[in-house]
Design a binder for this molecule. Structure first.
Ligand SMILES: [Zn+2]
Length: 425
């Protein structure tokens, strides 16, 4: 296979700048190859229909990638094309693997994918994230080696390794700039160095904030990747991603997307881990819900009266609201109003066509949804604008996070210029 080939790089030192037709050829090849990243087999006719590129050019490009071992035939299809010939199908054919790691506050998870993003194996461990990064990465190393051994995959067979965590990431230097979940680790934790220590110099590395990793999985599935989307990650924190023109916005300091720290109420007494008061993250946290319920116990008729306040989860609140429990709805309305204020503020600097809730608030009920829409429409500027679509993605955060990590590594693979050039690979 092309295992060694994927590692090789090519010197392009004294070569003249390629003429435009060659650039066009490379552009076409990129468009053709990008059709195959959906993990399916495609015929020449499929690719022509998707890209609008001529049949001859598509055939040549597919031949080119087959020659390099990047695509391979997956056999003839059942249906016949015009003229009675059965079309040949092709698919992605890189024999390497991708390892995604989620280093979350209470959960360490690893997922191994092949290069077609099929899940090969996974493992997870409930942990309290250790006080020292050395200890955390020792555990990660043990878990990774155990998973690779179980799957019969060698470290050298990894194309790439991704890691997602809480906090703010410096993408250029592969460092964790800071996370409130690991204050003892300090600032600028060299995640890339720790991963290199485990996996060696070979694999491509990617580091990502969990909310953004999940958003990348969602972005990858959008029919129209150019829509402006706001993903709201609601779990051990409130963060998200602003997606525009198919890209996740990070900003100079990677702070874009940390919308949980938008201040909604400066007079709120609770101090946020960021040092401010009244951050959205604190106002809509499950801890806040429990505190409010503890101070205002539910009446006997409410389903919530069967639970101690400290055991209430957001899903209990929404389930009670679904049963038209007036007590639960009082707090659902409180939460919806905070989110409406947040969305109102966001819409003044970024104009999402679609908002997607993932995590705890993805299981919100109809009442929550209606209340947000009603609050948003009472803001006059927004009432005159096209409404934003609000969606709730109830898939597990861990599954979405692993997919997002795999997508980042596949993007890395497909961005390598040597994939599209005549020689080398
Ligand atoms: Zn804050």
């Amino acid at each position: 296979m092309e295992k060694a080939a994927a590692q090789r790089t090519k010197e392009r030192g004294g070569e003249p700048v390629p003429a435009l037709p060659s650039n066009l050829k490379i552009q076409n090849r990129k468009m053709v190859l990008s059709c195959f990243r959906d993990n399916r087999s495609h015929s020449v006719a499929d690719v022509v229909a998707r890209t609008g590129i001529s049949k001859l050019t598509v055939m040549k490009a597919i031949q080119f990638f087959c020659g390099k071992g990047i695509l391979a035939s997956s056999g003839k299809g059942d249906s016949t094309e015009l003229g009675g010939k059965k079309p040949e199908y092709f698919r992605f054919s890189c024999g390497k693997y991708l390892l995604t790691i989620r280093m979350w506050p209470e959960d360490l998870g690893l997922t191994l994918f092949d290069m077609r993003m099929n899940k090969v194996d996974s493992s997870h461990l409930a942990w309290i994230i250790p006080d020292a990064p050395e200890e955390a990465f020792r555990i990660i190393e043990n878990s990774a080696l155990a998973l690779l051994a179980r799957a019969g995959v060698d470290r050298e067979e990894l194309y790439g390794v991704s890691l997602s965590s809480s906090g703010i990431v410096d993408y250029d230097h592969l460092t964790l700039k800071y996370s409130v979940h690991t204050p003892n680790w300090g600032a600028n934790v060299p995640i890339g160095d720790y991963l290199r220590g485990i996996f060696g110099p070979g694999p491509a590395l990617s580091e990502e904030n969990a909310g953004k990793s999940i958003s990348r999985a969602i972005l990858n599935e959008q029919e129209d990747p150019n829509r402006s989307i706001l993903v709201l990650f609601t779990s051990w924190g409130l963060s998200g991603a602003l997606i525009q023109d198919g890209r996740i916005l990070n900003g100079r300091n990677s702070l874009v997307g940390e919308i949980g720290h938008m201040i909604l109420d400066q007079n709120d007494p609770e101090l946020c881990s960021c040092g401010s008061r009244g951050c959205a993250e604190r106002l809509v946290s499950v801890a806040r819900v429990r505190k409010m319920i503890a101070g205002d116990p539910p009446p006997e008729g409410s389903p919530l009266s069967r639970l101690p306040a400290e055991a209430v989860e957001l899903r209990h609140l929404f389930a009670s609201s679904r049963q038209e429990d007036a007590y639960a709805r009082k707090y659902v309305a409180y939460m919806a109003d905070r989110f409406a204020a947040l969305l109102r503020n966001v819409s003044l600097v970024f104009s999402p066509e679609k908002v997607v809730f993932v995590g705890d608030y993805a299981v919100a009920d109809e009442y929550f949804d209606q209340r947000i829409r009603q609050q948003l429409s009472s803001f006059r500027y927004l009432s005159l604008s096209q409404p934003m679509e609000i969606a709730y993605d109830t898939r597990s955060l861990t599954e979405l996070d692993a997919l997002g990590g795999a997508v980042a590594l596949i993007d890395h693979y497909l961005s390598r210029p040597e994939l599209y050039e005549e020689t080398g690979s």
